[in-house]
Design a protein around this ligand. Structure first.
Ligand SMILES: NC(=O)C1=CN([C@@H]2O[C@H](COP(=O)(O)OP(=O)(O)OC[C@H]3O[C@@H](n4cnc5c(N)ncnc54)[C@H](OP(=O)(O)O)[C@@H]3O)[C@@H](O)[C@H]2O)C=CC1
Ligand SMILES: O=C(O)CCC(=O)C(=O)O
Length: 428
């Protein structure tokens, strides 16, 4: 469904996000003014970026930077390069960032950026020109204490390196803290590359302890083998789980005895081969050319780590897993959540489960602002502690409230912090 309201377009993802925060405000008993403020972004920037094509001519790509709410600190959130991304998606993603940053106790508000492009169709030179062009276009509205972008779907550390370089050239001096998730060679911390997947794995392990007494031997299916899915697979296997199915846009690779996760790590990147090629030729896995086959698998744990709105009313009944851990942002619609809840499936919500990326971004930013460098082990330990404490906090809140989902507990906790900050500032 797509319709116009006010000055921007609403789609199903944004509508679902608004339904979720509306429910949160009501459950928390907070004033409706909070919903009125949070249902609209503070500022939206629309940019158009011309890129010279290798084959001659040029193409203009539309992009956005949505700054949703800065009551808790500078705007913070990733940049998505995707052929179908819309402004409405970007607003929904920015709202989720405000909630995620609040829940994690970070001194950040929420933002998100996007460019409507298929990065796989660009050469390295074209991709660099686009990334630098986007950084130039949003430069007047960002800064290391103003708005700090990072990667999301379709972007990575190399793209952050081009962007931070472009921004630094505009300023005339190096500004490491304006983008996070940079390569270690350029003021990044090695943990950020795997931080989101690591965080998802830690959240899964903590919830598995509560549901089953531990994660050892639990079977897992993961949708999406990008940055989040790949590293979730890697860390879950290290923690003792058995990853038996993974999917990408082409289909599902399955092996009852467990897939060779290392194979994915070594081969699959933004430009790596498709899973079908990887697993059927090197791991004797079965391959089903239907990406949606992932929902029906008989596993203990399902991790959607691709895109939004994938678990919906029409397929929520098929999910056999007892535990769903949201690596992606917004993968479960409110209708699907109700179905899963009634079937006793526990859903660990995105703003809790995938917060490892932005928590690590915060640690990198703290390093950058002081020109300081922590070592990998020390940083990972800090990240793990924050994730474990956050899961515990939300879990305890959830257990106290009858009829709430875990998402309700997470959203209410996030909204309370936002509301208190607004109140003490006199905004509300
Ligand atoms: N990167 C980060 O730090 C964070 C990301 N997230 C969220 O996690 C999710 C994934 O992000 P990220 O890993 O960075 O993105 P990537 O671009 O690295 O990877 C996305 C993956 O999803 C796959 N995919 C896309 N559509 C489908 C589909 N319909 N079925 C199966 N697989 C599909 C892609 O397949 P293919 O390989 O074939 O293209 C790719 O493997 C997003 O929702 C993002 O917002 C959340 C927190 C932080
Ligand atoms: O690391 C960041 O700042 C952003 C991460 C992000 O975009 C997300 O959590 O969805």
């Amino acid at each position: 469904m797509v319709y116009i309201t006010g000055s921007y377009i609403i789609n199903a993802f944004l509508e679902n996000t608004l339904i979720t925060i509306r429910r949160g405000v009501e459950l928390a008993g907070l004033p409706v003014e909070l919903y009125e403020i949070l249902s609209r972004p503070r500022r939206v920037l629309i940019v158009n970026i011309p890129v010279r094509l290798d084959g001659g001519g040029f193409e203009v790509f539309e992009g956005y930077r949505v700054q949703h709410c800065d009551v808790l600190g500078p705007y913070k959130g990733g940049v998505r390069f995707h052929p179908e991304v819309t402004l409405a998606d970007d607003v929904a993603l920015a709202i989720l960032m405000t909630l995620k940053n609040s829940l994690a106790g970070l001194p950040y508000g929420g933002a998100k950026g996007a460019v409507r492009v298929d990065p796989k169709k660009l050469s390295q030179r074209e991709l660099e020109e686009l990334s630098r062009g986007y950084a130039r276009a949003i430069a007047p509205l960002i800064g290391d204490v103003v708005d700090i972008p990072a990667p999301d779907v379709g972007t990575n550390a190399q793209i952050m390196a081009w962007m931070v370089d472009e921004y630094s050239k505009i300023k005339g001096y190096n500004v490491p803290g304006v983008f996070t998730s940079k390569p270690p060679e350029l003021w990044g911390n090695p943990v950020r590359e795997y931080a989101t997947g690591f965080g998802v794995a830690v959240a899964t392990r903590e919830m598995a302890k509560k549901l089953w007494g531990g994660i050892e031997g639990k079977t897992v299916a993961i949708q999406g083998m990008g940055n989040v899915g790949r590293w979730t697979a890697y860390w879950l296997e290290k923690m003792g789980a058995k990853v038996i199915a993974v999917s990408d846009i082409n289909g599902v690779a399955y092996r009852k005895e467990g897939l060779n996760v290392e194979l994915i790590q070594k081969n699959k990147g933004l430009t790596g081969p498709a899973l079908v090629e990887l697993f059927t030729t090197k791991d004797n896995a079965e391959f089903v050319k239907n990406p949606d086959a992932i929902f029906k698998l008989d596993v203990d744990i399902f991790v959607p780590a691709a895109i939004e709105n994938v678990i919906r009313g029409d397929n929520a009944g098929l999910v056999k897993a007892r535990l769903v851990v949201e690596g992606a942002n917004g993968p479960t619609t409110p209708e699907a959540e109700r179905i899963l809840y009634e079937r006793g499936v526990v859903v660990v919500p995105d703003i809790l489960a995938n917060a490892g990326g932005v928590i690590m971004s915060y640690l990198e930013w703290v390093e950058n602002l002081q020109w300081y460098i922590w070592d990998e082990e020390e940083t990972r330990k800090r990240l793990e502690n924050i994730m474990v404490n956050n899961v515990e906090r939300v879990y305890k809140r959830w257990q106290r409230e009858k009829g709430w989902t875990m998402r309700d507990a997470a959203i209410v906790t996030a909204l309370e912090r936002i509301y208190n900050a607004m109140k003490i500032r006199g905004w509300i």
